[in-house]
Write a protein that binds this ligand. Structure first.
Ligand SMILES: Cc1ncc(C[n+]2csc(CCOP(=O)(O)OP(=O)(O)O)c2C)c(N)n1
Length: 558
């Protein structure tokens, strides 16, 4: 917060400078992006002021993934700065991921000069309907029409990104607005963000439902990430727990009363016996509920900060519009210290999870060694753990390797390959002391190869565990299961990653015998700087059971 002294004459400054100043005043320490003619007034000012670390990514797609992961791991605002046109378009696929995951990202982009804007007059970098594109991929969209409103718009956009339910917000600032000179506003800051609190009558009704239940369950989604203490307390009082992929570790994943993220494999007997489920901040995604056909316990209660999500995927018996933490705290106030819960049911939750875990471990074949080695390190040493879509994650990375805390897990929830490379950069720069571990496939790495230069340039502290099967393993398996084994477009030219790493100055180890993996991982974790641990899957062999994605016709992450 800054205030100008009343006697000082207002000094006119370019809006680009005011925005760079305002971002720093809002507490932004790090921003990501690509410089271009249409954002230079902001980025030049940012460099001159030297208050914010600007990380030049090699593409806007990468920059957006970096800002997204930074937001998730730091639990604060992620900022990405792009230019208008192709540049903003490049960011779109990655912004979709931020939208899917409900990530607090501020996308500052640009527009051509106002006299040409929205008129399809073929100015350079013009996208006639850019605003439509941004609206489609944002929680909210703003445009600074005038220099005098630019800082207020920036504050509004940042606030919208951070308010529950969080999400990416786009702000367009036309280039002539960025150049306008106006006096610095008196104050910069965000008004307090008050979480929406629940209607007490509905909380009373919920407490009554819990009072009648003997086997109540909580389903925790990404919206419950900040409600960990309340959720853990409810588990201790007698609730069983399960999480979505985005709600992992809200309750510690090894707690005896949680199924963890084994939300489909362990479910059948448990869900059938539960006599109440409270879904907190979760979309009940298609790929985690067999496209909403999986039977969930009744009564089914939903708590969400967005009333627009009410009963969207399942009919519910009670909907409560509220922030997760305030709703669960309100419920705790109304419940006894210990519920009259069915102890046998609670004990069976631990058994069901253990069973799912060992079934999964057996399906991994030789890769169990990789899964166990990661599991031994990720949680214990509080490493940020970044994942995108590859066989290793669809099988063990997304549930077997436990996370230390919700914000330390970054997964490409929208199912995009390759985003993990850039997400690892954002995670590594988010202020967590432990090295970031990213579990990736070679197909994914090729999508964002350029960002390895960003890794090298910023000395980002990352171990990339690269599962190299020389192509698209997930898709090959689907070809085997559903397309007569015809391997079209999936056996791909793959570079020599050792040479590639050497060209970038990154350390590289290749693991061709799986029993060497643990030692290689530990060496990489102990060493300084970025490392690639390449697992040669062709030398090591196949999983014991093939992962072929979700059943044909169902939504999934393949
Ligand atoms: C952006 C995007 N394009 C295409 C796909 C389809 N797809 C899913 S998995 C996959 C293969 C990924 O290859 P790799 O990273 O090597 O992992 P692997 O499947 O070999 O384990 C592809 C192309 C996708 N999910 N996302």
């Amino acid at each position: 917060m800054t205030a100008r002294s009343p006697e000082a004459a207002p000094l006119a400054e370019p809006v680009g400078d005011l925005l760079a100043h305002a971002l720093a005043e809002l507490g932004v320490t790090t921003a990501f992006g690509v410089i271009s003619i249409h954002n230079m007034p902001i980025l030049d000012a940012m460099a001159r002021h030297n208050r914010i670390r600007f990380v030049p990514a090699r593409s806007e797609a990468g920059a957006m993934n970096m800002a997204d992961a930074f937001a998730r791991v730091s639990r604060s605002l992620g900022v990405v700065i792009t230019s208008t046109g192709t540049a903003a378009g490049n960011a779109a696929g990655s912004q979709l991921e931020a939208l899917t995951a409900g990530s607090a990202v501020l996308h500052i982009t640009s527009q051509i000069d106002r006299p040409y804007m929205d008129r399809d007059r073929a100015a350079i970098h013009d996208v006639p309907r850019q605003a439509d594109m941004l609206r489609a991929i944002s929680k909210a969209y703003f445009r600074a029409w005038e220099g005098r409103s630019a800082v207020a718009m920036l504050e509004a956009a940042a606030r919208a990104a951070l308010a529950a339910p969080r999400g990416p917000v786009s702000l367009e600032i036309p280039i002539d607005v960025q150049r306008e000179k106006i006096p610095r506003p008196d104050h910069v800051g965000l008004a307090p963000i008050a979480p929406p609190s629940a209607d007490p009558g509905r909380l009373d009704a919920l407490a009554e439902l819990v009072g009648r239940a003997r086997r109540p369950m909580l389903w925790l989604g990404g919206g419950a990430r900040e409600a960990g203490m309340a959720a853990l307390d409810l588990a201790e009082r007698g609730f069983a727990v399960v999480s979505s992929g985005n709600g992992r570790a809200v309750v510690p994943e090894s707690h005896p009363r949680t199924l963890g993220a084994y939300n489909m494999t362990a479910e059948a007997p448990i869900y059938a016996r539960a006599d109440l489920m409270i879904v907190v901040g979760s979309r009940l995604r298609g790929n985690e509920t067999h496209n909403n056909t999986m039977r969930l316990p009744r009564p089914l209660v939903q708590i969400d900060a967005d009333a627009g999500q009410a009963a969207r995927n399942y009919a519910v018996d009670l909907f409560i519009e509220a922030d997760a933490r305030s709703a669960l705290d309100g419920l705790r106030e109304r419940l006894p210290a210990k519920l009259d819960a069915d102890e046998k049911f609670l004990a069976d939750v631990a058994g069901a999870r253990a069973q799912s875990q060992s079934k999964l471990a057996a399906a991994l074949g030789p890769y169990r060694v990789v899964a166990d080695a990661l599991n031994a390190r990720v949680k214990e040493d509080r490493h940020p753990f970044v994942r995108d879509v590859t066989l290793a994650n669809s099988t063990f990375g997304n549930r077997y390797v436990e996370l230390a805390a919700p914000h330390l897990g970054v997964h490409a929830l929208g199912g995009g390959i390759g985003q993990g490379v850039a997400m690892a950069v954002g995670a590594a720069l988010a202020g967590v002391p432990a090295k970031t571990i990213a579990l990736l496939g070679d197909g994914g790495l090729m999508v964002n190869l350029g960002e390895l230069a960003t890794v090298a340039e910023n000395r980002a502290n990352i171990v990339f565990v690269l599962m190299n099967d020389r192509g698209y393993g997930v898709i090959r398996n689907i070809q085997d299961a559903q397309f007569g084994g015809r391997r079209h477009y999936t056996d791909l030219y793959t570079p020599d990653f050792k040479l590639l790493a050497a060209a970038l100055g990154l350390q590289h180890q290749k693991v061709s015998r799986v029993d060497h993996f643990q030692a290689a991982l530990d060496r990489a974790l102990l060493a300084r700087g970025s490392q690639i641990v390449e697992v040669d899957m062709q030398a090591i062999g196949r999983f014991a059971e093939s992962f072929a994605g979700p059943p044909a016709g169902a939504a999934g992450s393949a």
